[in-house]
Design a binder for this molecule. Structure first.
Ligand SMILES: *Cc1c(COP(=O)(O)O)cnc(C)c1O
Length: 368
């Protein structure tokens, strides 16, 4: 029988720059004693990110959730917002915490993003926006979604937490929709410990986002909005600046590991991998595998891997519309594809410094 790994392997592991590199960045902070409130690193990070993401406009936040919640607030939406139940809690929470009603649209079964053929039948006179998610770094059908939004005068807010640095035909994902939210949480492809950003199209959004993350303060004597505290601090920005120097190498390493998984697991009956869009430059954020009619089910594989000290993740399970906090308000049965995938999907360990031998071991365990 195969040996259990001595050290546990988690689904991801935060990338860190060489310690000296980060320490070097901290020295100026000890001189200036300017630790937060849009300091020099904040500005430098913002500038470099705009370039990297090919974003026309960008505002930084303390985390991705705050970025999304305040972006929704900045758009002054009302009524209903169409979104996906197949995402992280943050997506729907950002809608509900703004006093809006989420309306769940099902996903397609090949890349798990919104099924665009189902959106229009959910639009009512109360609908004000669509909040799609680029799940696992798979880009939504941005063209179809924009066309629907234009036809019905709806805003589009992308949860782009999984798509750092991705491009469609050479265009940065930051350019899609009215706004896009990025997360720089420690578990993401690129991180600033915690952190987030909103890219936006309309210049007026920038001013509003800036004020909303700083309590709605206009100047020392005027508070215009009921804002929050969503500011990114200098330690976060410094980490972001360090990690930005290494992110391309990290993505390249991820790509190799993903290819190894792909090679071992594709073409196996009952195992489904994501369909890749050749127009997209991917970041290889996740390695989702769907077990549909395979000899073992998802939960059996999950436990088998755990027995070997390899900890895959049921991501996303459960669907948001079956969360305890939304009980009685929504029904998972209304989105059968999402409900089904959430019971069949497992994201396998994938991070830049993952040992390729572990990838092989994971595949062996799955296949035997
Ligand atoms: C990580 C994540 C968020 C929230 O980002 P944080 O930076 O952790 O607040 C939102 N949506 C999705 C899909 C995510 O994966």
């Amino acid at each position: 029988m195969r040996e259990k790994l001595e050290k546990p392997v988690a689904v991801t592991r935060s990338s860190l720059p060489p310690l000296e590199e980060y320490v070097e960045m901290l020295k100026p902070l000890w001189d200036s004693a300017w630790l937060t409130n849009m300091g020099d690193y904040h500005e430098e990070f913002r500038r470099q990110l705009m370039e990297y993401l090919k974003a026309e406009h960008l505002e930084l936040f303390v985390n991705g959730h705050m970025a999304l919640e305040l972006a929704v607030q900045a758009l002054e939406l009302t009524g209903e917002v169409i979104t996906t139940p197949f995402s992280f809690a943050s997506t729907t929470h950002a809608i509900v915490r703004n006093g809006l009603t989420p309306v769940f649209c099902d996903i397609n079964s090949y890349d798990y993003t919104l099924d665009v053929s189902l959106i229009e039948r959910l639009i009512t006179e109360k609908t004000s926006a669509i909040v799609p998610v680029h799940v696992y770094g798979n880009l939504c059908d941005v063209e179809a979604i924009q066309e629907i939004a234009d036809r019905h005068h709806l805003k589009v807010i992308y949860d782009a937490a999984h798509t750092f640095g991705e491009e469609l035909d050479g265009q940065g994902v930051a350019g899609f929709g009215d706004v896009s939210m990025f997360s720089f949480h420690a578990t993401k492809v690129f991180h600033s410990i915690e952190g987030g950003a909103v890219s936006y199209r309309d210049l007026r959004m920038g001013e509003r986002l800036y004020q909303l993350k700083n309590f709605g303060i206009m100047d020392s004597e005027t508070v215009e909005y009921v804002g929050a505290n969503g500011k990114m601090n200098e330690f976060q920005a410094a980490m972001g600046l360090c990690n930005l120097r290494h992110v391309d190498v990290e993505i390249e390493k991820r790509k190799k590991l993903a290819a190894r998984y792909q090679e071992r697991l594709s073409g196996v009956r009952g195992i489904r991998l994501c369909r890749r869009n050749p127009r997209v430059k991917m970041n290889y954020a996740y390695m989702p595998v769907v077990f549909d009619g395979y000899k073992k089910n998802r939960d059996q594989i999950f436990h088998e891997l755990a027995r070997h000290n390899i900890h895959a993740r049921k991501y996303f399970y459960p669907c948001i519309n079956s969360y305890a906090c939304y009980r009685g308000r929504f029904d998972e049965h209304e989105t059968p594809v999402a409900a089904g995938i959430s019971r069949q999907v497992l994201t396998l360990p994938l991070y830049a410094d993952l040992d390729p031998a572990v990838v092989d071991m994971v595949c062996d365990i799955i296949l035997e």
